[in-house]
Structure formats: C-alpha cells, structure tokens
Design a protein around this ligand. Structure first.
Ligand SMILES: Cc1ncc(COP(=O)(O)O)c(C=O)c1O
Length: 617
C-alpha cells in the first residue's frame, strides 16, 4: 500500500526526472517505424563505414554477437584474450561463449582505460587478441598498444589481433586519427544507450578486405535472417522509447523499474548481468527497421558529438575546481559518450540528486573479475583500480538533448551533494536578484563546492508601488527600467533555492555557517539580525556608491552628466547603501546611448567586479 501511495504521490505532484541517458530521436527515426527498405542493412553498413572513415562495416544483431562471430569466423579458440577488468561484462561473455579465455588487466589510475604496462606483462604465447576499450569515449594510447602487440608478435611468432572496442568511442580519436582504424578491427554497440542507436544492433569495421569478406561469409552461413515477429517487436520497442524518456514520464518509468519487476520482465534477456549468456535472438541478423533508424542517426552524428562536447566543457568549467570530485581531463579526441566522475561516497550522492529530479548513472558498477562467473579467470590477481572505479564512478547525464541550463543545474546540485558528503565548509553565499541581469550574472558564475547561489524573489509589484509612493523612483523612470528589462536578452539558469524574505535568508546564513555573503541586485531588506549574524555582508552597486548608490543611480548619474563611473563593492555596515568600498571597476556612461544600454553597460561592470572578487577569494 505504501508503494501505491508513493506512486500516486509521484503522479499527483507531476514530478519529473532527468534520465541518466536519452537517445537523440526525432521525426526522422519515427517515420522509419512505418517504412520498410529491403536493402537498408547494406546501406547502413556503407554509410557507417564512410562516417567513421573505415573501408568496410558489417552489421550484427548486437555488439556482443559481432565480437563472438569474429572469434568463431577466425577460428580463435582456447586463446587468451586480454581485456580491461573495468568494462561492460558482455565483452567477457563473448570471449567465454566463443570458447576463449578472458585475461583481465587492471585499468590505469588516472582514466578508465586499461593500464598498458600491465598489457605488456600479461601478453604471452597463448594470447590470441587484445581488446582495447575506449571507455566512456575516452581515447586509449593506441600507438603504445600497437608497439606492445607488434613486439609480442615478433617474440612469439604469431598473429595477435587488436580489437578496438568503440562501443562508447564512436569517432574517438588518438592524435587526430580515428581509433577504430588502429587495430585489425573495431567493435561498435548500437543499443539505445549508445551515442547513436539502431534500436539494438552492433557493427564491426575493418580496413582489410579479406577480413571483411571472411566475416561476411561467416555471417551469411551462421546467422538467420531477422524474422517478422522480431521486426514488429523492434518497432514496438522504439515506439515505447519515445515517450518513456520524457522527463515527466521517465519519473514513472524509473519508479516501475526500481519498485516493480515489470520492466525487468521485458528486458531481462538483454541485461548486461553477470550470468554468462546471450539474448535468445543473438543469431538473427540486424532487421531492416534497425538499419533504417541507424541511417537517420548517422545523419545527426556530427551534431550529437558537438553537443556532447559542449556539455562536457560546461561540466568541466563547473566542476574542475571542486574538492572531492575527480574528473577526466578534456582530451581532444574524447567523444564523451558518458561524463564520468569519481567521488568517495557515491550512494548518498545518487540518492540526493534523485530527490532533486536528476538520475545519475553507474554504468559499470562492477569489476568483472569480482563477479561470481568470472572469479575462476582472475586466479589470485588483484585489480584495485577497477575495484575503485566500480565503487566510485558516477556518470552525469550528457545526452545531446540536455540543455546547458540543465547541465549547470546538475553540476551545482552534484557539487552541493558532494560538498555535504565530504563536509566542505560553505564559505560564501550569493544572493542574486531574480531578473535578467541577475540571471546574466548566474549564467557566468562557475560553481565551487564551498559556495551557494540563492535567488532573491522577495521583490514584487507591491514593493514597486511602495517605492513609487515614497518617491524613491518616478513613474517615467520605472517605465524606462521596465522597457530596458523587457528588451534585454534572458539567460536560462538552473533551478536554484529561492529566498522570499529576510527571515529565510538569516536562517540560511545560520544553517550554512557562511562567512561571506554577496548581494547582487537583491531587493531584500537587510535587518540588523543579518548584520550581526557573524557573516560579512557585501553589496554590489553599479555606480559610485557615495553619490549614486541604490535604485535609480544610473538615471541620476545620466541627469548629472557624470559620465566617468565605477561599479563598487562595499561592506554593508548600517544600511544597504553605505559602507566601506572594497573594490571598484571603472566604466564610462555614454550620452548617445539609451537608458537601457547605459544600464546594461553599468551592470556588466558590476558583474565583472563580482567575478573578479570571487576569483580572488
Ligand atoms: C564497452 C562495451 N563494449 C561492448 C558492448 C556490447 O554491445 P551490445 O550491448 O550491443 O552487445 C557494450 C554494451 O553495452 C559496451 O558498453
């Protein structure tokens, strides 16, 4: 009954949840559900090869069956296949199910890819292949890997295959070269969690004609054509995927997934779990509808990558200085299929963000040699870095449809959750007025774990009328201000905590124990209690404080023709418009400009002043 009440609550409150991943689907893919093109698989292969600068591409029902088929087609049996301990478990399944033996190596301490020193030690006369995973789309040093493998081939007098696992690394580059062309062949996965999708499906690419021919022949001999029922199931699945990832519906989908066995019932065959098995249809070729959807996705690939890279840069700008969060550097060839971060206490952070409507991913939450089915293959070797990654990694949402404002909100919420977990003291509170200039400042703030940004929503029309009555502003000036605000460009900002009155603000200062409070366009009345709270209160004015502090200052400066002006930061001592000036930034008003342009110019100086101040402290 409790669960049912929780479900009703979820619907009633209209809660939404940003999903940890989301396929980038549109009308183009939707149309394909109702179309059939008989040669679509061949066309998809050709387009795929062209997009990723490969000579040949071969489609398979899944990435894992593509890998399995490769081992079988080339008679690789009972060989050791080297792979990272921290990767998707189905890669190991393909090795075992094809009659080979997985030989795990640990990942490096700095990124999530395998440690090449350990590859060098692990390679021996029984090695048949090395699987080089570019996990989360982050490039592995393929030059060094090639060198290690070439030396081993000479030493043991045999061919050792290099398979680039690009299931996450569509378009990943190493020193400007696509990694998929650096080995004998490359593997891609195309399920809906991947950068581009063909509903399900996998692909192998190779530069070598003979390898492609042999694989193609083997596929024709051993795989069945996709049957009609499967094709209907694929179409139905895609139809469901469209609404399922809408944020409001996704909250319900996630609830069903976590609290009931319903979704698990439908998806269990495809699960990436530790039982060594393949889905029942792993020997049926890719269906035409999957290839058609894949072709639509290929058209969007450049846009998808560009958006992901922008989001990765945004996350980086926000999180790179945060205590308690380890990030990957912004490597040039990285494609950001995921945005992985490492934190010390993961569970609490995941829970907190979920409460805030954000689902974070734990894509690979195991080290394969620790899974029961794989313990026998690990002997007594240990994989401490993989174990650490499996406990500490979080994947922040980075899908192409995520808006920059959402990305910023996720970064801030995430940072606040980490700060709480590792008890980082809050140094600074920023109270910013909820108007377009306030939002412009917020858009330019980086985030730091020891800083909290609050929105001042205390000013309403009532206050404006009061100011008019008290003659603090005139009606023509009010009209000018409203017109300037109306014409200004607005900035999307994350959802922030709102402060409605001075009591709430005082409470916040006490709760956080902040040492400094900055006010920017905050209309809040500052009572004595705030001044004696122990925090230093600092206010930004956009014009010289002593003559032109407070509301209407730009108009007065324009009327007095005092063109040389300065934005000021001052300590609030007795009232909001008085106190010692700590920092200034000079600028010049322009008599030929409109009131709005001058106001913008003045507040831009104020924004710069505050950003300089925050950087310095
Ligand atoms: C790193 C990696 N390699 C290979 C695969 C295999 O892809 P598929 O699910 O299509 O079998 C996956 C799948 O998620 C993966 O994450």
């Amino acid at each position: 009954m409790d669960e049912f009440d929780a479900f009703r609550g979820l619907i009633a409150k209209g809660r939404s949840l940003i999903p940890r991943f989301k396929p980038y689907l549109g009308w183009g893919e939707f149309k394909e559900i109702f179309r059939h093109q008989s040669d679509s698989v061949r066309c998809f292969e050709e387009h795929f090869a062209r997009t990723f600068e490969a000579r040949h591409a071969l489609a398979f029902p899944y990435g894992r069956s593509a890998l399995w088929a490769f081992f079988r087609a080339f008679d690789l049996k009972r060989t050791e296949v080297i792979l990272p301990a921290y990767t998707c478990v189905v890669v190991a399944h393909a090795i075992v199910l094809s009659g080979n033996v997985p030989r795990f190596v640990d990942v490096g301490p700095l990124d999530f890819n395998m440690d090449l020193d350990q590859v060098e030690q692990a390679i021996n006369e029984r090695t048949g292949a090395v699987i080089a995973t570019h996990l989360f789309g982050y490039p592995l040093d393929v030059d060094r890997l090639n060198q290690i493998v070439r030396q081993a081939e000479v030493k043991y007098g045999k061919k050792i295959w290099i398979i680039q696992d690009c299931a996450h690394g569509f378009g990943t580059r190493w020193k400007g070269r696509p990694v998929c062309n650096e080995g004998t062949l490359a593997l891609f996965g195309l399920n809906i969690s991947k950068i581009i999708t063909s509903i399900f499906g996998g692909m192998l690419t190779t530069q070598d004609r003979k390898t492609a021919q042999r694989l193609r022949q083997w596929r024709e001999d051993h795989f069945l054509l996709s049957d009609g029922w499967r094709s209907i199931r694929r179409r139905a699945y895609l139809l469901v995927v469209y609404p399922a990832f809408q944020e409001k519906i996704y909250a319900v989908v996630n609830w069903l997934e976590e609290k009931t066995a319903l979704l698990n019932y439908f998806t269990k065959a495809y699960h990436l779990d530790s039982t060594i098995h393949f889905p029942p249809d792993h020997l049926q070729q890719m269906s035409s509808v999957e290839a058609q959807v894949g072709m639509e996705q290929l058209k969007k690939f450049p846009e998808i990558v560009q958006r992901r890279r922008e989001l990765a840069r945004l996350y980086h700008a926000h999180l790179s200085d945060s205590q308690g969060i380890d990030l990957l550097p912004l490597a040039e060839g990285a494609i950001w299929s995921h945005f992985p971060v490492r934190v010390r206490k993961r569970e609490e952070i995941l829970r907190r963000l979920h409460q805030n409507g954000i689902q974070l991913g734990q894509l690979v939450d195991y080290s394969i040699p620790e899974l029961p089915g794989y313990r026998p293959y690990a002997a007594d070797a240990s994989f401490p870095n993989a174990a650490r990654c499996s406990r500490e990694t979080i994947n922040l949402p980075i899908h192409a449809s995520l808006q920059p404002g959402q990305c910023q909100a996720i970064a801030w919420r995430f940072q606040a959750a980490v700060a709480k977990e590792v008890s980082i003291p809050i140094k600074t509170l920023l109270l910013v007025g909820n108007d377009k200039i306030g939002r412009r400042l917020i858009g330019r703030l980086g985030s730091y774990s020891d800083r909290i940004v609050l929105l001042d929503v205390s000013s309403g029309w009532k206050r404006v009328f009061r100011l008019l009555r008290k003659k603090r502003i005139s009606l023509p000036l009010l009209c000018k201000m409203v017109w300037a605000e109306f014409r200004r460009e607005d900035h999307r900002i994350p959802t922030l905590e709102r402060i409605r009155n001075s009591q709430e603000f005082l409470q916040k200062i006490k709760d956080t124990g902040a040492k400094r409070v900055y006010l920017f366009r905050a209309g809040l009345i500052i009572p004595g209690g705030i001044l004696t709270s122990g925090a230093e209160i600092l206010n930004v004015h956009c014009a010289s404080l002593h003559s032109y502090g407070g509301l209407g200052s730009i108009q007065r400066a324009l009327e007095d023709e005092v063109w040389e002006q300065e934005a000021t930061l001052h300590r609030v001592e007795a009232s909001i418009d008085h106190g010692e000036v700590l920092r200034t930034v000079g600028y010049r008003l322009n008599p030929r400009w409109s009131y709005g342009q001058n106001e913008d110019w003045a507040y831009d100086a104020g924004i710069q002043l505050l950003l300089d101040e925050l950087k310095a402290n």
